[in-house]
Design a binder for this molecule. Structure first.
Ligand code: SAM
Length: 228
């Protein structure tokens, strides 16, 4: 059984896609997608031997070795143009790692820009948006969800000819999320406000003046308060 988190990720994978799931661990996502008949084929990439072997076993147990190829390698290096990948999923990692995987993949020519990207960062989603924006991607969907008492975000993007301009607020806190303001996003922002307030209180108590830092935290907090 797939987690609610990955089940939601799966809804953004187009019907008939050829998927590259990077950091696939047990290859649960590609196996689920293929069993549902949602995708044509998949490549499951893993950089660590243990998870790579788990992925190999899962695919074998599911009887899907013809449809899902498990490859050992760093990030997007496991794919090349001739694989015809139409959708890349990178889930369950920090935003910084996801952005660095995308950057290395772009530089190495492992992604063409034609692929739909379905990204689920556990933290630092803004770094994912920053990379997307800098590389002419349009964010076409966002979702926030709770699974097993944790809040997760999903970002879906496709490359466009002309760069889309996003505000700092949208990059930091979401393009759709800041418009639609779902309850979970509000809860997350409220938590951030409390965290920032705590940081401010600590800074105010500091024996050395922290004017610049306090200004920055205050600005961030004002941005968040404006969202609620
Ligand atoms: N994608 C699955 C999910 O969302 O449930 C697994 C997430 S798991 C927390 C992260 C996986 O990414 C680990 O199995 C790790 O080995 C793998 N990973 C980390 N860095 C990677 C990289 N540069 N290239 C490929 N896989 C990587």
């Amino acid at each position: 059984n797939l987690t609610k988190r990955l089940e939601q990720v799966a809804t953004y994978v187009p019907q008939g896609a050829i998927v590259a799931d990077i950091g696939s661990d047990h290859a649960y996502l590609p196996v689920y997608l293929k069993q549902k008949g949602q995708i044509e084929a998949a490549i499951a990439g893993e950089v660590v031997k243990g998870p790579y072997e788990s992925a190999v076993s899962s695919v074998k147990e599911a009887g899907l070795t013809k449809d899902i190829e498990v490859r050992l390698g760093d990030g997007l290096q496991v794919i090349e143009a001739k694989d015809g990948v139409s959708c890349v999923t990178i889930c369950g990692m920090g935003g910084e790692l996801i952005a660095s995987i995308l950057e290395a993949g772009k530089k190495g020519g492992h992604i063409t820009g034609q692929e739909r990207l379905v990204l689920q960062a556990n933290v630092a989603e803004h770094l994912v948006r920053k990379w997307l924006v800098a590389n002419n991607y349009q964010i076409i969907a966002e979702e926030i969800l709770e699974d097993n008492h944790r809040i997760y975000e999903i970002i879906v993007a496709e490359q466009v000819a002309e760069a889309v301009v996003y505000s700092e607020l949208e990059i930091q806190h979401g393009v759709f999320l800041t418009k639609e303001k779902p309850a979970l996003a509000r809860a997350k922002w409220l938590g951030l406000i409390q965290k920032n307030q705590y940081v401010l209180d600590q800074l105010a108590k500091s024996s050395t003046p922290q004017v610049e830092k306090m200004k920055k935290v205050q600005q961030e907090m004002d941005m968040l308060k404006g969202l609620l």
